[in-house]
Structure formats: C-alpha cells, structure tokens
Design a protein around this ligand. Structure first.
Ligand code: AMP
Length: 506
C-alpha cells in the first residue's frame, strides 16, 4: 500500500490487529493506536504545536515511547532524546533542536525537567494508561496556543530529527521527512518480507534510528506488531522470548553476543522459539557470532547496514533462499548503493572506496550546516564515511569507517580485519581493535579483549595468533584484557577515543 506519511502508514493494520505490545500487558490495537494518534495531534494543536514544530521526547524505553513517537510524528516533528543524558546534555540538545516543548513521563524525575525550565521550554506531561493497552497515554500541559499549521503532517514535513552519533566532532542535526521514514519502513518490510502476523521483540533503545525504524515502524507499516521491552537485558531476554513468542528481533552485535552467553542455560526457550529470522545491524557482526547465533536459534541471521542519515537501512543480506554471507552487509536494500573515489568518480566492482547512497529514504541534508553538506554530498550522492567494496553480485563489504582506519606511519590498517582474525582465538569472546597515538608512527594498533569465562590468554598468545594470519604491521602491538569494553549509548563498541579512555592516549 502506498504511504508517505505517518498517518497513512498507521492505516496499514486491521482495526482489531495488535499494533503495540509490552511484556505482561494487553496489546494496543491499530484502531486504538489510530485514535491515540488523532487525539495526540488535536491535543498538540490546542497547545499551539503543529506541523514541523519540534517536540523533544524524553521517555523511558517502552511502549509509551514507541506510541509517543508514532502519534506525535503524525502531526509534528519528533526529537527523541536519550533519557540517560545529564542536565547539561539535555540543555544542549533541547536548545540545538529549537524544541517547542519537551514530553516527559509524569512522576519521572528526569534532569530534562530542569533543563527545559532553564531554557524556558514548556513541558508536556505524559501519563501512561497501561490498562487501556500497551503504549496508551494521556497528555497534559499548561501550554495553550494556536498551531500555525494544524492537522496531519504532509509527505515533505519533517517527521524525525536526530543528532549524528559523532564521536569526534559536534553532533550534526539530521532531519528526516515523513516520506524518508516511510520509505525506509517500506524497504525494511520488503527485505524481511514482513506481514501482518509478524511480531517483533524490541530490545533496542527508542532514541536511536535502529529501534525507531527497523523494530517499530517497519512492523506497523506491514500491519504487524512490535512488543516493546524496557530495554535490553540479557538476563530477561529468554523469558521475553517465551512470553512474547516473537517472529523476529533486531539488535546490535554486542547484544547478540550477550544473548549467546546465556543461551546454554535456556535450552527450553530455544526449543520453543518461533523466530523466523534474527536481524543484526548498526555495527559489524563478527562472522563467528553470526554462525553461533544461527546454530543456537536454528534460523537465518540477516545482517543489514544502516545509518541515521538514511533513516536506517541501506543494504541488507536477503532472506533464504537467496544467499547471505558472513562478513558482508548484503545487497542494496532500498537506496542505490555505490562506491566512490575521493574525486567523486563512481568505481566498478571489487574496488575499494567510500560507500555512497541515494534514494527516497536519504535525508536532504544536515540542518544549518552548509560545510557538512558540502563534504557530505557529491554529485547527488550522500557520502556515508564508510569504506568498502561491492562484488560482482552486488554484495557490499565494509572495511571500516574512514575515520576509524588506523594509519600506522602511512600503512593503513582496517580495525575490522584485525577483529575478525583475533575473534578466531578460542579464548576470545569479544575484541575491539583501535588506534593508539604513537610518537613516530602517528598511530599504532591496539586491541582490547574480553576473554571467555574460565579461559585465559596472554598478550603474547594473542599477538602470536594474529601474526599467523596478518602482516606484521597489522598485528596489535598492545593488547589489553578487560572485563567489559566501553560501549556507546546504543550498545555499539566505540573505537574512536578508546585509547584515551584506557589511559593509552597522549
Ligand atoms: P548510526 O547512524 O548510529 O546508525 O551509525 C551508522 C554507522 O554504523 C554506519 O555509517 C557504519 O559505520 C556503522 N554500521 C551500521 N551497520 C553496520 C554493519 N552491518 N556493519 C558495519 N558497520 C555498520
């Protein structure tokens, strides 16, 4: 069905079909979700908030967060923020976004309240009403006014604003239109063959593009359901799997790894599992983890390549019977995907270059940032900042983020290549290769490792093991063993800045 706005997208489910769910909670039907969306837009309009007005959302992960995103986006611009931010961070984001209001949960003592008060931005209180179904809520505020452009949003209106997860520079504002996010939901639904009887278990944070679009929006666009947990918890995952009986879930690789470490103790849940497939995205999935997941769950693992600026999905491995390859992020899955050289020329198969994309899901450009737009776009293509190759069959392989490449005295080392080799060491559970500043070489190769429970290995063991398969300059010069590797807010391992965090920087 053609849909280019959130309101149109929400029409895709049958009246009585479940749209949103939560553990131990009755589902909210599509009919009730549509009523909630219409009511939310009318309520916001009475508060003076209309199309393209920005509303920051600071809510705990769960069905209300999903519902607020869907319903507010039906008539205004949503800006979901990480509820774990401190007051100063909230002040930065709420001001940077030019939010007209901030939605917080009644009774939630979030520092966003003080941040909004300091900036003079009004609050809207969201009171969950779980008895009416997962995600149901009521809004209240002292805010009154007349919206300049009331009613449901149009296809070109901005539905969602997120900041890039820039690790080195100031985060950039990414506006995504109603049609951008609808296109992405459609692309993901087509890749995964989502239907009305599919049920996704959401464990991803809902302030990140992955959770918002891949888990929530793609499900609803297909007339199916998303069951929203309070957030990832490896200890609860198998109980949720039993109760919810999802047909799929999507996560970042670190979550899949944590789930695998608990699998041995949960054989009964595994035997009953109804998973049709498992999706992985947002960081590279080590081939060893993909294999272990497929063996453990007995279903295909689909690795996809996503990014905020593309409203998430760019490429994906297809479902069987088509081929999927460990170490590849699959084929173009929505936008066109090509590889480009530094001068802006498109390159042929099997040639290394920067991955570029164009298509209906891609942002028109960063907000108020001509410099970033000049660098970010070339001849109508958006430069992803990722490096990779396309093979003859159109399968994309990512060699790393251009910014993360280690430059060891001019010799370039792809951290992903080193990760992949070290992961094969039997004592290694997790590894992140990163750059360590070096006086003469500029950068040197380091590796942070988490060992498997009850296993041991020395720095020497790891270096010897790596040296069997990697050229000398790629072998980590320094290996550190950690109980846990620092992760970003979305669960991604962070290479940039790791040396400094571990006290190995300058
Ligand atoms: P974000 O905007 O937070 O979704 O991050 C997007 C970035 O994550 C991409 O530009 C890639 O560098 C990385 N990424 C996403 N999916 C994958 C994947 N399957 N393999 C490797 N890197 C990925």
């Amino acid at each position: 069905m053609a849909f280019a706005t959130m309101w149109e997208l929400l029409q895709n489910g049958a009246d009585g079909s479940p749209a949103l769910g939560a553990p131990e909670t009755a589902a909210l039907s599509f009919k009730d979700l549509r009523a909630l969306a219409a009511d939310t837009v009318a309520t916001l309009n009475r508060m003076g908030i209309g199309r393209n007005d920005r509303v920051a959302i600071v809510l705990p992960n769960g069905p209300e967060m999903a519902a607020a995103f869907l319903c507010v986006a039906a008539g205004a611009t949503t800006a979901p923020l990480n509820p774990a931010y401190r007051q100063e961070e909230f002040e930065f984001y709420i001001a940077d976004l030019k939010s007209k209001a901030v939605i917080v949960q009644t009774g939630d003592d979030t520092p966003a309240r003080a941040a909004a008060a300091k900036l003079g931005v009004p609050l809207i209180e969201l009171a969950p009403q779980r008895a009416r179904g997962a995600g149901a809520y009521a809004l209240s505020s002292s805010l009154t006014g007349t919206a300049a452009t009331p009613g449901f949003a149009a296809a070109d209106d901005v539905a969602l604003i997120l900041h890039t997860s820039g690790t080195t520079s100031r985060p950039k504002i990414v506006p995504l239109s109603q049609s951008n996010i609808c296109a992405s939901a459609r692309h993901i639904g087509a890749t995964l063959e989502l239907k009305g009887n599919d049920r996704c278990l959401n464990i991803m944070p809902l302030f990140h593009i992955h959770g918002l679009i891949a888990a929530v929006l793609s499900s609803l666009a297909a007339g199916g359901q998303t069951v929203c947990t309070p957030g990832f918890n490896a200890l609860k995952f198998f109980a949720w799997l039993d109760e919810v009986a999802p047909s799929w879930y999507t996560a970042v690789p670190t979550m899949h790894q944590a789930i695998l470490t608990r699998a041995e103790r949960n054989k009964e849940s595994l035997a009953k599992s109804k998973l049709r497939f498992i999706r992985s995205s947002s960081a590279s999935l080590p081939p060893q983890v993909m294999q272990a997941l497929e063996e453990t769950f007995g279903c295909p693992v689909i690795e996809s390549y996503g990014m905020t600026e593309a409203a998430h999905q760019m490429a994906s491995n297809p479902l069987p019977p088509r081929a999927r390859f460990a170490g590849s992020v699959g084929i173009a899955a929505g936008p066109e995907v090509r590889v480009m050289d530094e001068e802006g020329n498109l390159l042929g198969p099997n040639t290394l270059g920067e991955i570029v994309i164009r298509g209906p899901n891609v942002t028109k450009g960063y907000e108020a940032n001509p410099d970033a737009n000049l660098k970010g776009f070339a001849n109508g293509w958006f430069r992803t900042g990722d490096q990779g190759t396309l093979d003859d069959q159109g399968y994309l392989r990512i060699t790393g983020r251009l910014k993360e490449l280690i430059n060891r005295g001019g010799e370039k080392v792809s951290p992903l290549e080193v990760d992949e080799v070290v992961m094969d060491h039997p004592a290694v559970q997790q590894v992140v290769t990163f750059a360590i500043p070096h006086d003469k070489l500029g950068e040197e190769v380091g590796a942070a490792i988490v060992l498997r429970e009850g296993q041991s290995a020395t720095e020497r063991d790891i270096r010897d093991f790596a040296a069997k398969r990697l050229a000398d300059f790629k072998v980590p010069r320094k290996v550190v063993f950690l109980a846990e590797i620092p992760k970003g807010a979305t669960g991604k391992l962070q290479r940039i800045g790791l040396a400094e965090k571990l006290g190995l920087g300058k």
